[in-house]
Write a protein of this length. Sequence first.
Length: 368
Amino acid sequence: MKRFIGFVKKEFYHIFRDRRSMFILFGMPIAQIMLFGFAITNEINNVKIAVLDQSKDVETHKIIQKISNSSYFTIDQQINTESEIASIFKKGKVKAVLVFEKDFIKQLQTQKNAKVQVITDATDPNMANTISNYITSILQNHIQEKNKNTKQVYQINTQTQLFYNPEMKSVFTFVPGVMTVILMLVSAMMTSISITREKELGTMEILLVSPLKPFQVIIGKVFPYIFLSVINAAVILLLGYFVFKMPIEGSLFLLAVESVLFIICALALGILISTLSDSQQTAMMISLFGLMLPVILLSGFIFPISSMPLPLQAISNIIPAKWFIIIIKAIMLKGASFSVIWKETFILVAMTLFYIVVSIKKYKIRIE
């Protein structure tokens, strides 16, 4: 019995001394609970909206103030004409526009009925539907409070209009998201595992002392994955267009260039992961938990980033997939030009250069 107890103690000592085991046992469950608990939500918070108040009366001011005071919405800007709506949607500045008709208070007092139009960016149909429901609820709550203090029965009719996705097709969210996940998976994960395998087998050192320069070795290793990722992207786009009727409103050339840029960024990230990993298992773990979960949860693919806590919103900014999803939706659904997505493109370029520079420095250290 003493031998058995001694054996059990030895196993405990081994577990507690192994940082990787401690991380898997305690770190990962806590991280996953925190991540899933805060990121996975159907609620909305601090969603940016614009207001077109064509009446500018006391009643519309009260409604706007009530919406602004809620935690659900932030009044980002007041616009003056309907022609501005398409422009701000294309730039991605707001998710909805609230339009009050002319003589709103007059219609409410004389006809006992006034109209409010809720125009939403339906590139994310679930969020668009939620925004419409929340605004309608606030408007109905306002009119109920007004009816309590009078014998009259007033009504506000809410009219909903959907930009870019009038049929509320979920495939408009599904295709860009799946394309992003697959490109990240093939480019980053497979590259990191491929290079780490060479290191495990001891063949990387042989390659590095060959006539080829280290930079040429790395390019040679990752080039096949560029080709395969481009094929994957083309297949997904063709299936989305012909099978799921996914529109491509913008430039195909711009879409292709941005896709290749994201592929190169993911490849550079995969190379960086390989420099930090000593085994394929480690590379797989870093890729799965360091890339896959953030891409799915924190990129805006499934859950709106604006509804997440500020720390998670900050973390999402360092995830390349977030910026690529914004770019691809803007090109495919909104017909955006480079002048609209230059900021996101610049961020992807900066991330790519950062990954490449850090990777080269890491490899130089290993060679020395």
